[in-house]
Structure formats: C-alpha cells, structure tokens
Design a protein. Structure first.
Length: 361
C-alpha cells in the first residue's frame, strides 16, 4: 500500500497499476477474493488507459482466476479468452500456455472434458517448445485427470507419472504431492489399492510437510476413499475426520460426505447423519455459485442416499434428481464409474435402492 501511494504521488500510472494488481494478488492469497477483484479491476483499467497490453493480459487472467475461485466458471472463461487473445497478440508464449491451461481447467469443470483436453494439449506443446519444465509438468497433470474422467485410466497414469518425474526434477514438493495424489487415485480406479494407498500416504505426508490445508484436505479425502474401497473402513474414518477438519471450502462437500459414508459403515449413525447434512449444505452452496458443478450434484446425491439409509424416505427422490442433473452435465465413463464405486461402498450388501436405479443406468 505504501508503494501504491508513492506511485500515485509521482503520477507513475504503470507503477500504480502494477501495485494495485499486486495488492489484488495478496488479498487473493488470503482468500479475500471479492476484495482482490476490486484491485484487479482498477489495475486492468489503468493498463487499458495507458495501452499496456502485457499487464492488461495479466490482470484479465487474474480476474479469471478470481471468478473461477468464486465458482463463476462461465465468467472466468470470458476473462481467460481475452487474456489468451492478448498473449497471442504480443507473442507471449508462456502466458499463452498458462491461459490455455486455465481454459482447459474451466471447461473440464463444466463437464466438457474432450474440449478441455484440446486446450491442455496445446498448453503442453507450448511448454515443451519454450522448455518450461514447470509448465510442462502442469500441462501433463491436467490431461491426466481428464483422461481418467473419460475412463482412460492407463493413459492417465502415463501422464501422471511424467508429471511426477518433472516435479521431482525441479524439486517442487507441493506439486510433487499433488501429482502423487492424482497418480494414487488413478491407481485406485484400476483396483490397484495397495499401490494407490502407498502413493496417497506419501502425498499426504508431503501435504503436511509443506503445511498446505488444501492439499491435506484433498489427499486425505482420496486416501480415505481408497482405504474404504480396500475394505479398511476403520482406518479410512480416522483419515477422513482429519481431512474434513481442514475446512477447505471447495472440497468440504466431498470430505463431509465421505465422513458420513464411513461413519455409517462403522455403525455411528448420529455422526453419519450430521456429516451427510453438512455435505448437502456445502454442495448446495457450491451449486448456488454455479449450477454446472456436476461433481457437487454427484456428491449431494450420495449424501442424500446416505440420509435415506438412515430413515429419511424423502431423501431418495432428491438423490435421484441430483444424479440425473450431474449426469446430464457430465456422464463421462470415469465419472460414472466413480459414482458407482461410491454408491456400492455406501450401500454395502443392500440391494435397495440399486445403483442402476439411482444413476439411471
């Protein structure tokens, strides 16, 4: 703020814009996204007034990230596309790769997985052309997730392994933990639970080492799911209790839901009911931000099935409606198989309701 004041006093418009943007970055890092947007918009206005195209593109991308963080994915895409156009105009290859990757992530969140892969592959080609190893790693990890969602898990694993190797080469522990977790979850999708658990435990250790609540939440949730699929429900319950305690907003619906699944499997109905209700509330909040968040529909459906099993008959038709909505947005093979696995884990030996009836198979 002092630097901003100095640049204003000296009428340094470019410096003023840069420091406004830097303040936006600071508030974004603190989780104060709406306040960050205010600073980004001021920085953007100045960059346009002085025809500073490079910084204009940077603040457009930052606004895209901010709206994406708020769950306004369609609006984020508008900003990413403007940023991409500027990156190409000024021949900023690094920026172009970042913008393409951001567009891929956004379209993936809208359930347009094949379109997302097109953007990821373009970003990957640029990262390799300019020898940006960090960017290459990111551009390998993202299509790995997308191919996994399409049910092409072996291909996904190839991408995750390459991304993991790069993160180790450049000694980025946080990113290494992320790629280990994605690799572990892909192995879990193939039923290779022992290998998956090993990778996920390592990812969780790294998350704790780098003190990342977000990584601890996601890796803990993945590990709890995999332990449950491997028949280790007691261990899974301990892991998910720790994961949901981090209260990471964008993952809390999933963490709470799996807390409910595992508490129910361990014959703790009151704990399960509270967790399912919290999961529904968190998923509903995400869906208020974007009604295209198909993952939130699948999670809310699972939580509502859990409440049905606890005696709330009215929850069943609501669960079926959630699954229909989620599937209408994204019914990719890997996403549907994930939903089936989760339902089988929740239902156990029960035959009613059936997985097929719930998912509309």
């Amino acid at each position: 703020e002092q630097a901003l004041a100095i640049n204003r006093e000296s009428n340094n418009r470019r410096g003023e814009g840069v420091w406004l943007g830097n303040l936006g970055n600071a508030y974004y890092a603190l989780g104060q996204v709406e306040r960050a947007i205010e600073y980004y918009e001021q920085a953007l206005a100045i960059s346009r007034a002085i025809n500073d195209r490079r910084n204009e593109g940077a603040w457009l991308g930052a606004l895209g990230n901010a709206y994406y963080a708020l769950g306004q994915v369609e609006r984020a895409i508008e900003y990413y596309e403007q940023a991409l156009a500027i990156s190409r105009e000024i021949n900023d290859r690094s920026g172009e790769g970042i913008d393409l990757g951001n567009l891929g992530i956004a379209y993936s969140d809208l359930g347009q997985v094949e379109r997302a892969i097109e953007y990821y592959e373009q970003a990957l080609a640029i990262s390799r052309a300019i020898k940006d190893r960090r960017g290459e790693g990111a551009s390998l990890g993202a299509p790995g997730l997308a191919y996994s969602d399409l049910g092409q898990v072996e291909r996904a694993i190839e991408y995750h392994e390459q991304a993991l190797a790069i993160s180790r080469e450049i000694n980025d522990r946080r990113v290494e933990g992320n790629h280990l977790g994605n690799l572990g979850y892909a192995l879990s999708r193939l039923g290779r639970h022992e290998e998956a658990i090993q990778r996920l435990r390592e990812a969780l250790r790294i998350a704790e080492e780098v003190k990342s609540p977000r990584l601890m939440s996601y890796m803990g949730t993945y590990l709890a799911q995999t332990l449950a699929y491997a028949g280790q429900s007691e261990a899974a319950l301990a892991v998910i209790r720790a994961a949901q305690a981090h209260e990471v907003a964008e993952n809390q619906h999933a963490a709470r839901c799996w807390h409910g699944v595992l508490a129910l499997r361990q014959a703790a109905p009151d704990e399960a009911r509270a967790a399912f209700q919290a999961a529904i509330a968190h998923a509903s909040e995400l869906l208020q931000r974007s009604d295209q968040n198909y993952r939130a529909y699948y999670v809310r459906g699972l939580a509502r099935v859990g409440l049905f099993l606890l005696g709330e008959a009215s929850a069943l038709p609501l669960a079926q409606a959630d699954y229909r909505r989620g599937r209408a947005i994204c019914g990719a093979a890997g996403i549907l198989e994930d939903a089936r696995r989760a339902l089988r884990c929740l239902l156990g030996e029960r035959t009613t309701p059936s997985v097929a009836d719930l998912l509309g198979d």
